[in-house]
Design a protein around this ligand. Structure first.
Ligand code: ADP
Ligand code: MG
Length: 693
């Protein structure tokens, strides 16, 4: 239940003065539907409106001056601006207005009147004098104090400029009550942080540029509040998942036999991860675990052995992949080992229709088939399992947040095992996977050679193609990736097609192409021909499935590599170097390359550790959604910045755990204050933020 003290903040924005029918939709777009959302809208920068005399004006600076109106210069021709000439003791300045506002201007600013004016200083076209085009402020001398010396700049939208937003934020701020302190007093004192209410006030009335820094004490305090609220929600969700009963599944002789039949031995990390999974499966409590392992770390076999334990117990398991191609490939690699130990598996994707689908559904409903492998088609309403005990979600980051929510719903009582190849830096892991148990598959199978990576400018394309031709003549296979970057996918696809045409001149019929606009039957056919070796070069947009395994492919060329995130480049590069032969990767870029871009690409040359790469990417790219993770459940923080405030994440997680351990019902005085904090941020179970009042 929402505490009464928060009612004013949870009112709709229309309760704010100045938010009527016109402004409401704009403010909703900028901040959200609630007063609370406006209060938490942080300024992104400040404009310092330094007072100056005309003689001290600096071009391109924003400055504030006090001047007397000397004359109005009316436009001689339509299209020309209205100019006001004004002066102080040290010189003249022009105030320039376009769009027929002249008569009104003259009336309001008669000759001889004194005005405080603020705006960006420019030099006029002929270089003869300084001017301000459309001053941000122009007020009477008495109201000069209305011009803030330091003005916070807010996110704005057409029709609602920053200044309008600021006015509404200040109105919303007045609604913010003083609330009981939810932070530990000793921690607050140690950090020298202000109270919540004081911190909010400082957020919106910065007195210097340092005050809008993400590292200012008030901003860090508010960020910590948000991180703590989020960690509390995650910890509670983890607790409640752990409380769900689920079938106890024991390690099986069947899995042992399958393991013994593998052509390799499990790595230490695979053995450890399998033990962690088995611990969960045996517990009688529902497993919610994610395996984080770099591309090629060998996640599939770990999932296979867990599924075999489930099959041996007489129950069913499903493995779900984000795409048709990947599901098919999993089925092809797993059906053999499964059949070898007498376990029947079935493939179910969107392609199975009518009788084919009905037959498969019947097998799953009767329990005849123990393992199902497929795409989302597995989670349609008409798919019924006799006794589903384990859901494995491969490449889980490829599923949207909503889809994942539905998955959880479907396999209510089933254990859940997610596999992810997007390395999340350890520092951020708690924000993304705080509600899951995490296993790290941080060791690659032995014998893998690092992929020799080099960076080359586009003008060297002919060289690259010539070398590729030599390698292909010697039997190599290659991926050639064209980015999807422009606003229009059609243009991107056209670029990929042009590249394909160009390469056909060299490689003839042995170069194929896949992109997202092709029908999936065509895509699959091309992929299949690449896998069986009849195609030697595959031109692809990034639809090249993250998990697709083509062991014979040893060369990866990526065009416009500078436009990809490092983590994504790493994923793409992970498509090669899967066998034991030497592989290489060429990162082509359009010169010139900025220093940052250069050092980013350089990271890939120097390391092939996905976690190191993710960490570097974070450093080099800074805040926002640096890893493109919004889709994979990365929280949309209002105040906190997962990168800038990453030093606070672990502390918030510890604090959340401690609070819940001591006071699970949040009944103590601090517990009650913490409950208010939780309500204030209102994290919904799927990790998003409630938007509705
Ligand atoms: P990912 O973690 O990217 O899903 P896969 O499960 O597809 O990786 O495994 C990549 C390749 O490594 C597969 O060809 C698999 O057979 C092989 N592999 C897995 N584990 C081992 C191991 N312990 N030793 C050698 N090869 C392994
Ligand atoms: Mg995989």
């Amino acid at each position: 239940m929402r505490p009464e003290s928060l009612f004013p903040l949870f009112g709709p924005i229309t309760t704010l003065k100045g938010v009527g029918e016109r402004v409401a939709p704009l403010l909703r777009k900028v901040a959200g539907p609630l007063v609370r959302d406006v209060v938490f809208l942080a300024p992104t920068s400040v404009v310092a409106r330094r007072p100056a005399r005309v003689i001290d004006l600096v071009e391109d600076a924003v400055q504030t001056l006090t001047v007397t109106i000397e004359s109005h210069q009316k436009p001689a021709r339509p299209g020309q601006p209205w100019r006001i000439r004004a002066f102080d003791d040290t010189g003249f300045v022009h105030l320039v207005f376009f769009k027929g506002v002249g008569a009104h201007l003259e009336q309001r600013n008669p000759v001889g009147a004194v005005r405080a004016v603020s705006g960006k200083i420019e030099r006029d076209r002929y270089g003869t004098h300084l001017q301000i085009v459309h001053p941000d402020y122009m007020v009477s001398f008495e109201r000069a104090a209305d011009i803030p010396q330091i003005e916070p700049i807010y996110p704005a939208t057409a029709g609602l400029p920053s200044r309008g937003v600021r006015r509404l934020v200040l109105a919303a701020l007045e609604r913010a009550p003083v609330l009981p302190e939810w932070q530990d007093p000793a921690w607050l004192a140690k950090q020298r942080w202000p109270s919540w209410r004081e911190a909010l006030a400082s957020l919106h009335t910065p007195a210097s540029e340092a005050d809008v820094s993400l590292q200012s004490p008030h901003r860090r305090r508010l960020a910590f509040d948000e991180l703590l609220a989020h960690q509390l929600a995650l910890a509670q969700r983890k607790q409640s998942a752990r409380a769900d009963p689920a079938p106890a599944v024991a390690a099986s002789a069947l899995a042992e036999r399958a393991q013994a039949a593998l052509p390799y031995r499990l790595t230490g990390a695979q053995t450890r991860t399998l033990a962690e999974i088995r611990g969960d499966l045996q517990s009688g409590r529902r497993m919610t675990r994610i395996v984080q392992g770099d591309v090629g770390a060998g996640k599939t076999v770990v999932a296979l052995l867990a599924m075999l334990d489930v099959a041996a117990s007489g129950r069913q398991a499903v493995l779900m992949a984000p795409t048709e191609i990947l599901a098919r490939q999993h089925f092809e690699t797993l059906a053999g080992p499964l059949a070898a130990v007498g376990v029947k598996a079935v493939l179910l994707t969107g392609r199975h229709k009518g009788a084919a689908r009905a037959e498969r559904l019947a097998e799953l409903a009767s329990g005849l088939t123990a393992v199902a492998i497929g795409t989302h088609a597995l989670f349609q309403d008409d798919v019924v399992f006799r006794d589903l005990a384990l859901t494995v979600i491969d490449e889980q980051h490829r599923f949207g947040v909503n889809e994942r929510g539905r998955l959880r719903g479907k396999g209510e009582a089933a254990h859940m095992l997610a596999l992810s190849a997007t390395p999340i830096p350890r520092t951020l892991e708690l924000t993304v996977y705080g509600d899951l148990d995490v296993s790290h598959l941080d060791e690659k199978p032995p014998g893998r050679m690092p992929v020799a990576t080099r960076v080359a400018p586009m003008p060297r394309l002919d060289d690259v193609v010539a070398r590729l031709n030599e390698a292909v003549a010697k039997g190599a296979q290659a991926f050639w990736i064209c980015p999807l970057v422009s606003e229009s996918e059609i243009l991107d696809v056209a670029a990929a097609e042009a590249r394909w045409e160009a390469l056909r001149a060299v490689f003839g019929e042995t170069v194929g192409m896949v992109h997202g606009r092709l029908p999936s039957t065509v895509k699959d056919d091309v992929m299949a021909r690449f896998v069986d070796g009849s195609l030697r070069v595959l031109v692809a947009t990034t639809v090249v499935e993250v998990g697709v395994d083509v062991p014979a492919a040893t060369i990866m060329v990526i065009e416009q590599a500078e436009r990809f995130g490092l983590a994504q480049l790493h994923q793409l590069r992970g498509r090669v170097g899967r066998g034991s032969g030497e592989s290489s990767c060429v990162l082509l870029y359009d010169p010139p390359l900025s220093e940052t871009a250069k050092s980013r690409l350089d990271v890939l040359r120097r390391t092939d550790d996905g976690f190191v790469i993710a960490e570097k990417d974070l450093e080099l790219r800074g805040g926002g959604d640096p890893l493109g993770l919004a889709q994979s459940g990365f929280p949309a923080y209002r105040i906190a910045d997962a990168v800038a405030h990453r030093d606070l994440i672990a502390a918030a997680a510890d604090d959340a755990r401690l609070i819940l351990a001591r006071d699970p019902a949040l009944a103590s005085p601090r517990g009650q204050a913490v409950a208010v904090l939780k309500e204030l941020f209102d994290w919904r179970p799927d990790g998003s933020v409630s938007q509705a009042g």
